[in-house]
Design a protein around this ligand. Sequence first.
Ligand SMILES: Nc1ncnc2c1ncn2[C@@H]1O[C@H](COP(=O)(O)OP(=O)(O)OP(=O)(O)O)[C@@H](O)[C@H]1O
Ligand SMILES: [Mg+2]
Length: 250
Amino acid sequence: MGKVICIYNNQSESLKTTTVISLARNLAKEGKKVLIIDTNYEADVSLSFVSTIDNFLTSLYEVIMKDVDPSKITAAVHRYIDLLPANDDLIGVDIEVIGNPEKYPAPFNLIKEKCTKLRETYDYILLDTPSNFSLLSGNAIQFADQVLIPYAPDSSSLRSLQRVIKTIKDFSKRYHPSLEIAGVFAVKVNFETTLHQQIMQETRRYCVTESIPMFETFVANTPKTSGSLSQKPEHLSVYQELLEELKKAE
Ligand SMILES: Nc1ncnc2c1ncn2[C@@H]1O[C@H](COP(=O)(O)OP(=O)(O)OP(=O)(O)O)[C@@H](O)[C@H]1O
Ligand SMILES: [Mg+2]
């Protein structure tokens, strides 16, 4: 049975999508069969594999709102990686679902209900999420065994991380008691600045008090370069280390 990991943080540009793609590529190198579910209507993870979301006439939307079999929609984007894509149809889901409680009595269970059987096909299912707590990110967390939190340290980010962790814990208590917080994974770290060093120390202390792992592995801040970072070997090797840490914690 495949393991389901949701990559989530409210912080925008915290490498959620990059983390999903990089973990998938490393798992694929090990011969693991991976499904990526894109729950973000901006479809960044889908767009990293195709040039336009018009390639995907059907998406996660049809799965959760029209009862279409998800295995009919997944697209092979690599020998070992399939994608259940997003497109902008997902923008309307919150209103359709929240406005219709008779039809959707368990609004956070939509992805889980429709996608659980996919665990039989894949070794890993990775969910990319939007940068806010929405019906879709709630659905992604509800389907997951573990949530992994990529976190870019900056002057306001620790406060935001504390809110995110509180939200995940509140959600888990109410809807998904067996959810594990896999840990906080620092990204875009610049150890040359004392500010980053300080924030990293405070974050580690905070994670200890909350009994949440903080990974030793981190992604250094690198200037924007052309081409996809998630395909560069030095970048992928950091994610290989993250995978090793994740497996060790199992
Ligand atoms: N090591 C790095 N250092 C700095 N920037 C990076 C690094 N790796 C990736 N980036 C860039 O950071 C940006 C944000 O990355 P990404 O899209 O993965 O974040 P995200 O959390 O998914 O964002 P969003 O909130 O928009 O969904 C991208 O432009 C990406 O190319
Ligand atoms: Mg993203």
